[in-house]
Design a protein around this ligand. Structure first.
Ligand code: OXD
Ligand code: MN
Length: 581
């Protein structure tokens, strides 16, 4: 396979002369190609076959132990003007970054195969979809891209028709953390990543293209590229709604997107459109529509079991690549929260001995799987027109303060609600876990430009449509004084989604508070839940003193963006403060 696109041919030739691969392979995206890659990786020891009777076509990849998560401190946005990247991004001047990266890429593919992966983010015929080409020396990356994106021949044909594509150059290099960098050059539509094989750093269609570069493009073209799941909810009467929800990494987007209604919610159906990224466009009628640019899931494994996420549990019993899970004596994958078995080896392949605080599977161990394997997959994930969004939901992992659910007063207030999202950090990125940090719109690691400009862009939608989705905030993670979760979560989150839908339809009650609208005691269906009224009251309480502290923290955070902060956000903040009294 080769191409008629001269720019692509030139770039491949230049890259080959810099990186000096032994051979070049143009990926066609076929099943035969995927199987050949699997065989190659099995031979090289990059993959280990799991129990093929109980887990057919499932494989385990053990990464370098230093390469297990996104590396935010090594991720840069390289714009000519530092102010474009904003205080929310690490910045490097493009010329300096190019010199650094060229040095690291020089000769890095000697003895290796260079794979050229044309891919399409979004349904191949969608006007909202965008193409890219990733060049990599990692067969693991190619196999993952096959599961995660629409890649190969059809994507290349679209690139040849359109002429425009995002370029992504990746090499695992020598996997040294000292020579690991993830660089974005938004003006050049270019990504360069070296020294890591981990999903978020190496599958360049995902975070690098579909969020950082796409958010940049979306700003100038009038759309939104967001860290959001997209879920379809169908009532027993057949009424369908589509919700988009932004939660930080490893805060339950995959579980919410695949929710299984509990027995008490008979007749409700939930289907998944996407679990991580949404591209949102206004259509000619002013309706916000969403596509999922991905076609697979790169999900967190620990905690997955039939109670938390039966769909995911079933989906990963075949044709799945596991990364950094433990293994049982029967050669089955194992992770904390799976079942009562004891693993034989841990994620590094060492005999499992247990020990205080140790986990057998890495806390950020992952599954990679094609979306079509999900029992709750919605065929609308392939609809070129996307789905109409009724509500946008923001949320974070917060032990305290943030109530179970509240509704923003309007779009402008909703932008403040999104901009002030804070959440406890998780193992999805290297660094300390469990520390509350601001993660506006769950985009802290992914917004490709200055957050102040990004919020202004969000605010601008108010002037473009009168039919915008309603905006909500949820928090499934409130804990009592003994550290127990107060809300059951998982399937029962449907009760909250139903209140949200009913609010959108103007048929659910609410009480107005300083921070927005909250359900009153009778406004949510709690039948069969057996939750104490007192617990519900504290889940839905708005404590003025704590909120005053929060507002001060948000104002302080905004100060970090200087005079660029949109005045509307300051006004909204002042409004909440005034209402709190
Ligand atoms: C992810 C992440 O992998 O957000 O989706 O880290
Ligand atoms: Mn994510």
């Amino acid at each position: 396979m080769t191409t008629t696109n001269q720019a692509l041919l030139d770039w491949v030739a230049q890259t080959a002369s810099l990186t000096k691969p032994e051979r070049i392979h143009w990926c066609d995206g076929s099943e035969a190609e995927y199987q050949a890659l699997i065989r190659l990786m099995l031979e090289r020891g990059d993959l280990i076959a799991l129990n093929q009777e109980t887990y057919p076509d499932c494989y385990l990849h053990r990464s370098d132990p230093s390469d297990v998560a996104r590396v935010e401190h090594l991720t840069f946005v390289c714009t000519p003007d530092r102010a474009e990247a904003g205080p929310n991004n690490n910045w490097m001047a493009p010329a300096e970054a190019h010199v650094k990266m060229d040095g690291l890429f020089a000769g890095c593919m000697r003895g290796r195969t260079m794979y050229v992966i044309p891919y399409c983010m979004g349904p191949i015929d969608s006007p909202y979809a965008r193409c890219g080409v990733e060049i990599t020396d990692s067969p693991y990356v190619v196999a993952n891209m096959k599961l995660m994106t629409r890649m190969g021949r059809a994507a290349l044909q679209r690139i040849e028709r359109e002429g425009k594509f995002v370029r992504g150059l990746h090499s695992t290099g020598d996997l040294s953390p000292d020579r690991r960098f993830i660089m974005h050059f938004p003006q050049e539509l270019l990504i360069q990543s070296v020294g890591s094989g981990y999903g978020g750093n190496a599958l360049l269609g995902k975070k690098c293209h579909a969020l950082r570069i796409a958010s940049w493009q979306a700003q100038s073209e009038g759309w939104l590229a967001e860290h959001m799941l997209i879920v379809e909810i169908e009532s027993p009467q057949g009424e369908r709604h589509y919700l988009a929800a932004a939660f930080p990494s490893a805060c339950g987007k995959t579980n919410l997107a695949m929710l299984i209604p509990p027995a008490s919610q008979a007749g409700w159906k939930v289907r998944t459109i996407g679990d991580d990224i949404a591209w949102l466009h206004l259509d000619a009628q002013g309706q916000l529509r969403a596509i999922n640019p991905e076609s697979g899931y790169f999900g967190v494994v620990p905690g997955t079991n039939p109670k938390t996420n039966r769909n995911a549990f079933e989906m990963i019993t075949h044709d799945t690549i596991f990364t950094n899970v433990a293994v049982t004596v029967d050669n089955e994958p194992w992770w904390e929260g799976k079942d009562k078995q004891r693993p034989a080896t841990d994620w590094r392949g060492k005999p499992w001995t247990g020990g205080e605080g140790a986990t057998a599977a890495h806390p950020n161990s992952r599954f990679t799987v094609a979306a079509r394997q999900n029992p709750s997959y919605s065929p609308l994930a392939d609809d070129p027109a996307g789905v109409p969004i009724s509500a946008i939901i923001f949320g974070g992992r917060r032990r305290e303060l943030a109530p179970l659910v509240y509704q923003a007063r309007d779009w402008r207030h909703g932008v403040l609600v999104g901009a002030s999202v804070a959440s406890e950090t998780t193992a999805a990125a290297t660094g300390q876990v469990g520390v509350v940090r601001r993660d506006p719109m769950a985009m802290k690691p992914f917004c490709g430009y200055d957050f102040a400009d990004y919020w202004a862009h969000w605010l601008s939608f108010a002037g473009k449509s009168t039919r915008l989705p309603k905006i909500f905030h949820v928090n499934w993670f409130r804990q009592d004084r003994d550290g127990n979760f107060m809300w059951p979560g998982f399937g029962d989150n449907l009760r909250v989604l139903r209140w949200i839908i009913d609010r959108c339809e103007g048929r659910a009650g609410a009480r107005e508070t300083a921070i927005g609208f909250l359900p009153g005691p009778k406004d949510m269906d709690l039948d069969g839940l057996g939750i104490d009224q007192q617990v519900m009251d504290s889940l839905l309480a708005v404590d003025a003193a704590s909120w005053h502290q929060e507002l001060t923290a948000i104002a302080g955070y905004f100060d970090g963006f200087g005079t660029k902060i949109p005045p509307a956000l300051r006004e909204e903040l002042a409004g909440v403060k005034k209402r709190l009294g």
